[in-house]
Design a protein around this ligand. Structure first.
Ligand SMILES: [Fe+2]
Length: 326
């Protein structure tokens, strides 16, 4: 987010007072892969043309021209400007600022999107602040299925297990399983972009193919299952690693005695060898308490477990209708 103050406008700039508060300028070049989401996120803010200029600036794309998509999604609400000759990415960004009419200019890249309330909340904090020249917001990374990721650094693991009101010793966050539209696409993104390594594929049947990725010695920190038909990508479960087999079995009986919806377990997974119990939460995802999670080193070669591989080598299966794998 940048202010246009100090920059020269063209002679056709409207007089002061008639300017919109916002100019949302979206530079595009040779790809509209994420542009629809970008545009929709701005249009969903429901800010009219008097208060917000929205323009897509095409840096002379030779393929995948944005104009048809802009018209399809936004009609005349969003302007589409196409340069008449090739120019550098930086030059296109500068042209965004030069073409902006608003008091505040947001150069929104065509593979980014804003969350609901983004502009109204920023406007509330910027309005009548002549002493502010630039504003910076939180940003985060989104995977191809829309899962929002937080990249962090510097966590220090607790030396002592966390103590609960019942006897349970959690030693760390083990992993999450996300449902995705395409497990191969998720694999490619997380290995190719974020550097995860493939531990294995587990084929439950010919339709359900699970992918397990690691980023440390844990067998997996991320796993993917395909969405059930008609379902959207979501968090399927989060696994907390517990200190002992007793913690798993004690939890199983605790959950059973309290009539909690147990999803699976007690059982042992075939690939990571985790002894587990899952409980469905009111939030729509499950929590897995697991012990014995396998550790891998750099010599590990990815394994493909064939169709028919059970989720539990002890013969257990999904117990609760609320617990869906995908
Ligand atoms: Fe798990």
């Amino acid at each position: 987010m940048m202010t246009e103050q100090g920059l020269t406008h063209g002679t056709d700039s409207p007089p002061a007072g008639a300017r919109p508060f916002w100019s949302v300028m979206i530079p595009v070049y040779n790809s509209t892969k994420y542009l629809a989401r970008t545009l929709e996120s701005v249009l969903e803010q429901n800010i009219g043309p008097d208060a917000m200029q929205i323009e897509v600036i095409d840096g002379y794309s030779s393929i995948d021209l944005p104009e048809p998509l802009v018209k399809q999604i936004a009609g005349d609400r969003v302007d589409n400007f196409r340069h008449s000759q090739p120019l550098s990415m930086a030059a296109n960004w500068n042209s965004c600022i030069e073409r902006a009419r608003g008091e505040w200019v947001h150069i929104l890249h065509s593979d980014d999107y804003v969350l609901p309330g983004f502009y109204s909340r920023l406007e509330a904090s910027l309005k009548n602040r002549q002493d502010v020249g630039a504003a910076f917001t939180r940003w985060t990374t989104v995977d191809p299925d829309g899962h929002i990721l937080a990249l962090t650094y510097g966590f220090t693991p607790l030396e002592d297990p966390v103590h609960y009101t019942r006897e349970l010793r959690v030693v760390g966050l083990g992993h999450v399983l996300l449902t995705v539209a395409d497990t191969q696409r998720a694999h490619d993104f997380y290995t190719g972009v974020l550097g995860f390594r493939l531990s294995d594929w587990v084929n439950i049947d010919e339709h359900v193919r699970l992918c397990f990725l690691r980023c440390n010695e844990r067998h997996h920190s991320l796993a993917f299952a395909p969405c059930m038909p008609g379902k959207s990508p979501r968090l399927q479960h989060v696994m907390f690693e517990v200190q002992s087999l007793d913690d798993v079995m004690r939890s199983y009986h605790f959950l059973r005695l309290h009539n909690a919806p147990i999803g699976m377990g007690p059982g042992r997974h075939p690939n990571c060898q985790t002894v587990h119990v899952y409980v469905q939460t009111p939030g729509g995802f499950a929590v897995e308490l697991g012990w014995g999670h396998r550790r891998l080193d750099d010599t590990h070669e990815p394994i493909v477990y064939p169709a028919g591989t059970p989720v539990d080598v002890w013969g257990g299966n999904i117990q609760s209708s609320e617990f869906e794998l995908g």
